[in-house]
Design a protein around this ligand. Structure first.
Ligand code: HEM
Length: 489
């Protein structure tokens, strides 16, 4: 009797699983033979485009609504600002990150702010916005950035300056720089990555690998494949598990160090959160999300900024003119107030992220059937993506000169004018808009000023357009090789 029950139970379970799999596959239409799906599945788009985001941009430009649907991915992608406002604000509750997203990033991010919806998100958002909005936290972050620039970044650049044989990968420098900063800010502990003679910390290496492999899950046409690999602990899923194990053990070590050193009078985020949360796993998840948020985004923004500057020496000269007018011919850093007066610098930074947004696209999941303002029908369960990279290149959004790097478009009578955030969702927009925007801008401005005051940066191959590595944040394959010259004062 018991054996018969077991056989029946297992047969039913297997049949049910196969049926669910069939429904899932039928919804995704993996056999779809349309031109776009064929091109995606066979990767034939790579013959014409360097990057997936360039191919999507091309398709979105051709679409009369600025919206496309990739059937094999079950993914509706839009570059239409009205749709973006609809997803991120008007119908916010219908477009959560959703279970699908939290499963993809759940192993790395756990219940951290990036990976949750509803009450868990609201709670962390409230706490994080109180922290990140406070004057003391902002000046703490300004202090860390200033000390990392003075004690590490400038000495490092000086050490290679004038040496024609010393090509430096500026992207690698910025990634190390922002990793030190965000770890000092989040944990109050210094990994000391910006010492090129030292290997990247094992935390940084494991963190990179875990972000890359998690992002690859999101690009799979058949998610069931990575789920089976995870179940069997093989291939990329085995590597991901190992990378996450290293991230976790180092995060635990940092938390325990913090506990031993005492946290009540400390200014870092972990100490602040420790004062009100006892759950160790939750603390880990919260802080790991901050590391992800603040590390690669800032490094990516700085890398593309210096790449674009190498193409437009006139922009570099205009920033230097403004700098000398406001802070004089000094090598001292600028104050908050002085930075606020640098309208042209601000315009150049916003313009560079318009063409090269650090987060190139971002996805949500549709809860209930819906219709976008452009008339596109969106079926329940569809993955919906807004695409800042494509939006920055759309003539119908930015005019006929959309592809030009032109800081002037952000200025009116010399004064910086911000844009409609749904037209420029580089920091997202609406209810989940980035909480670190101001902090990130202060960090980016500080680095740009410190470098332009002292050095001339020449990109080794300015004609090489960036090719991106697939990942959560834009990272250039091969980095940004540059030559550094000390400026004569
Ligand atoms: C140039 C730098 C940055 C860019 C372009 C950027 C962009 C973004 C984007 C696109 C999102 C939405 C992501 C999503 O929901 O999937 C986001 C969210 C967020 N960012 Fe940033 N970010 C930057 C720097 C930072 C920094 C330095 C911090 C903090 C240390 C930070 C903290 C956050 C947080 C906490 C969220 C989650 C907000 C929420 O879900 O309610 N960001 N950011």
């Amino acid at each position: 009797m018991a054996v018969a029950f077991c056989v029946l139970f297992f047969s039913f379970t297997i049949l049910f699983s196969l049926f669910s799999l069939l429904i899932f596959i039928l919804r995704l239409k993996p056999w779809c033979n349309c031109e776009v799906c064929r091109s995606y599945l066979s990767s034939s788009w790579t013959k014409e485009f360097d990057n997936l985001c360039d191919w999507y941009t091309h398709l979105l430009r051709k679409s009369p609504t600025g919206t496309i649907h990739v059937h094999v991915l079950g993914n509706t992608i839009t570059a239409n600002p009205e749709n973006v406002e609809h997803i991120l604000k008007t119908k916010f509750n219908n477009y959560p990150k959703g279970k699908q997203f939290s499963v993809i990033l759940g192993d790395l991010l756990g219940r951290g702010i990036f990976n949750v919806d509803g009450d868990a998100w609201r709670f962390q958002r409230k706490m994080a916005s109180l922290e990140l909005g406070s004057v003391s936290v902002r000046s703490y972050s300004f202090e860390i950035v200033g000390s990392e620039i003075q004690s590490r970044l400038i000495p490092l650049l000086s050490s290679v300056a004038g040496k024609e044989d010393r090509v430096l990968d500026l992207q690698d420098v910025f990634r190390r720089f922002s990793f030190d900063n965000i770890c000092r800010f989040s944990f109050g502990l210094d990994p000391g990555c910006l010492d090129l003679s030292l290997p990247m910390s094992s935390f940084a290496v494991a963190f990179d690998l875990a972000s890359k492999l998690s992002a690859e899950r999101a690009m799979a046409a058949l998610p069931i494949v990575w789920k089976i690999k995870r179940l069997l602990n093989v291939g990329s899923e085995k590597k991901l598990k190992e990378a996450i194990r290293i991230v976790n053990s180092l995060a635990t070590e940092m938390r325990e160090k913090r506990r031993q050193m005492g946290f009540s009078d400390q200014k870092d985020l972990l100490s602040r959160f420790m004062a009100s949360i006892d759950d160790d796993e939750y603390l880990r998840d919260i802080v790991i999300s901050f590391v992800l948020a603040g590390r690669d985004t800032v490094a990516s923004a700085l890398t593309s900024f210096f790449y674009l500057l190498s193409q437009r020496p006139g922009v570099e000269a205009a920033i230097r003119d403004e700098m000398e007018r406001i802070i004089g011919r000094t090598q001292e850093g600028a104050s908050f107030e002085q930075m606020r007066e640098m309208h042209y610098l601000n315009a150049a930074i916003f313009e560079s992220m318009r063409l090269y947004p650090p987060v190139q696209f971002d996805s949500k999941f549709c809860q209930e059937d819906d219709i976008f303002p452009d008339g596109t029908f969106v079926q329940k369960g569809t993955r919906v993506t807004y695409h800042p990279y494509a939006m920055g290149r759309m003539e119908r959004v930015w005019g006929p000169d959309a592809l030009e790097f032109k800081p002037e478009r952000w200025l009116k009578n010399g004064v910086f004018q911000s844009e409609n955030p749904f037209k420029y969702p580089v920091f997202q927009a609406g209810l989940r808009v980035c909480l670190g925007k101001e902090m990130a801008l202060v960090e980016i401005r500080s680095v740009v000023l410190a470098i332009l005051q002292r050095f001339d940066i020449r990109v080794a191959d300015p004609n090489q357009a960036p090719r991106f590595v697939p990942g959560l944040t834009a990272t250039v394959r091969g980095g940004l090789p540059v030559l550094v010259q000390e400026r004569s004062s």
